[in-house]
Design a protein around this ligand. Sequence first.
Ligand code: AMP
Ligand code: AMP
Length: 317
Amino acid sequence: MRIGTIASHSALNIISGAKTEGFETVLLSTPNRTEFYRSMDSNGEIIEVDSFADILSIQLDDVVWIPHGSFVAYIGAQRILESTLPLFGNKELLKWEEDRQLKAKLLHESGLETPLEFDDVNDIDRPVIVKTYGAAGGEGYFIAKDKDEVLKNIPSDKQYSIQEYVVGTKVFVTYFNSLAKDRLEVFGADIRYETDADANLRFDDRPSFVVIGNLPMVLRESTLHRYYEIGKNFIEGFRRLTGQELPGPFCIETIIDRDQRICAFEFSGRIVAGTNIWIPSSPYSFLQFGEEMWMGKRIAREIGELMQEDRLDEAIL
Ligand code: AMP
Ligand code: AMP
């Protein structure tokens, strides 16, 4: 069995971890990226494709693919859901991630607080963030201090949702749910740095939320404990709603306010790019394993252990 992915997002994380665990790797790359990826990965197989979506027509029976953020961005959620690609993790969660109502349902079922949603503009009674559908990485979002400002800026040609703007610190916590070890691991935390909402100097009131990268975060230990419970509740909530497991990495995206209220606004059922800062180890993964352990390596370790027990199919849903 080989481990493969597409050349963006957290591919280097995934490929290096797979190699460390003794797997051969496959990277799908577009021509403009190949030289760079070859410089980072001198001996893995690189297959050049015109577009990442070509993954859907590539027939490689010996590869398990590791999905990351660029899969949805470049291939599309629907096409992934309809495909028969052997993807590590649970595709079903993509449906819950894509649909705003399902998303809220799952977060609530997991006992998480979420930002208020305004279905009717006339109900707006506080600062809000307006999110256009299908926006990649926060592009096209805007914030407004009241109803009038929303009405002035709302796009007429796009679907959008309106959420209470939660003031606080953005904290993204990544987990690994191991079927082989039958345990949940809190893997690492980070802060997503977004231009120019996070910039110190700005001369307008229209900050952009386009993600630039990630900064490491080590949480208060008392808060970390709360996130462990959140992760467990999330897995159980998903199980109650779908009867299915959530194998492998996932992330819960939250804002912690001044009263230490944790508000969840998003989740991802796959490796997130925030784990790239935790190569070769996060403090939490090091504590759990007593060795260097980054997310790509963690995924490959799980695949190896499940293969040994002849259970890999349980993690490809
Ligand atoms: P890219 O391959 O860099 O174009 O990214 C594909 C998708 O993943 C886009 O929607 C990005 O916004 C998202 N993405 C990439 N890197 C990060 C990151 N560090 N944090 C959050 N999202 C990211
Ligand atoms: P999302 O596309 O939902 O992941 O949101 C992109 C970014 O918008 C987040 O990383 C936050 O910085 C910001 N954001 C999203 N929802 C909220 C909210 N309800 N309150 C404040 N900021 C938010």
